[in-house]
Design a protein around this ligand. Structure first.
Ligand code: KG4
Ligand code: ZN
Length: 331
């Protein structure tokens, strides 16, 4: 089945073509330049940028896959969670195409999409596995029993890990998007230079807001910003505090549930130190680790098409009155 995926939940306009779990194209138009002056995503601007980009992105995805629109047999589109204005652009586009081509479409959960990115890699996980979904909006640990059965084992009580990266970078005046900048800067820093707090040690849940406040208080107490030469050490130490708890709690969830397969996905899974620490922790315990390639960790439409293809093949169909939803828990 030739499936077109469409993703527009936040600040990336994306389209992809997949068939039988194989990716034929994966096009992503980033809006970073448009939001950068504001230090974060401005919802109104995001919606307008999606409108401008979506037709071009769709054309590119079809061209890259060497297919024409009439050959597409089904459409998968992100229905939520995300920014409503942004979601509606992708959803309306998907509906218009499904109606015009007289083919089925399904509205897909973005978080399920992030997990499904693991199925696009060469080596795919078998069920059950533990999944850490770690992005700008989510920090959730699930036990995944099959494609559509998720048991929530832990989640953030406040900020998501991606948010902690982005807010930390903002406090340090490093720019936007913070995760990528801290990741890069940390490569020249000492992660043990400063000690940042690790919250909720004995819980399966996460809390990252205290970390950000700790950094803010540290900056206030100093009365001045860090010198440029100190920034790599600060960034590396701050990053270490985030990555440490992500790895520790995910490994513990796997051990507690007697599962030795772990999937790590979502934008923060692109982080170099996180990938390194998970690899070491999994190897030390003989656990199987699946982290999608970086391009499939951050928002993309191939992951949406991957889970959508599975739904379409199982007979799932949505009707043309389907609405977008800003919140949509999967468990
Ligand atoms: O999955 P995603 O692209 O969008 C959401 O669904 O939220 O995740 C975006 C988040 C942002 O907070 C961004 O700073 C973070 O992922 N991120 C990273 C890296 N690349 C993206 N965080 C740390 N290191 C990275 N290399
Ligand atoms: Zn995402």
């Amino acid at each position: 089945m030739l499936v077109l995926g469409i993703e527009s939940s936040c600040d990336e306009t994306a389209a992809a073509v997949i068939s039988n779990g194989k990716m034929y194209s994966n096009v992503i138009a980033s809006q970073i330049a448009a939001h950068s002056p504001y230090g974060g995503v401005v919802p109104e601007i995001a919606s307008r940028k999606h409108i401008e980009a979506i037709n071009l992105v769709l054309k590119q995805a079809l061209n890259d896959a060497h297919v024409t629109l009439p050959e597409i047999e089904g459409i998968a589109v992100t229905r939520g969670p995300g920014l409503i204005g942004s979601l509606l652009i992708g959803l309306s586009t998907a509906k218009a195409l499904a109606y015009a081509l007289d083919i089925p479409f399904v509205g897909v959960n973005h978080i399920e999409g992030h997990i499904a990115a693991a199925f696009l890699a060469e080596k795919v996980p078998s069920f059950p596995f533990i999944a850490l979904v770690v992005s700008g909006g989510h920090t959730n640990i699930y036990q995944v029993k099959n494609y559509h059965n998720f048991q929530l084992l832990g989640q953030t009580r406040d900020d998501a890990a991606g948010e902690a990266f982005d807010k930390g970078a903002k406090l340090l005046n490093l720019g936007y998007p913070g995760g990528v900048i801290i990741d890069k800067m940390s490569k020249n820093g000492n992660p043990q230079a400063l000690v940042f707090p690790r919250a909720m040690k004995d819980s399966s849940d996460f809390s990252f807001s205290g970390l950000k406040t700790f950094l803010l208080i540290m900056l206030k107490k100093r009365g001045c910003d860090f010198a440029e030469s100190q920034l790599p050490d600060v960034a590396a130490s701050y990053q270490e505090a985030i990555v440490d708890v992500l790895v520790e709690k995910t490994i513990k969830a796997a051990e507690d549930n007697g599962i030795n397969r772990i999937v790590v996905c979502g934008g923060v899974a692109a982080n170099g130190r996180l990938r390194e620490m998970f690899a070491a922790a999994a190897a030390a315990r003989n656990m199987e680790l699946f982290i999608p390639p970086v391009i499939l960790c951050t928002d993309n439409a191939a992951m949406i098409a991957a889970i959508g293809e599975n739904m379409l093949k199982n007979g799932r169909r949505d009707s043309l009155d389907l609405n977008a939803v800003s919140r949509w828990p999967i468990a």
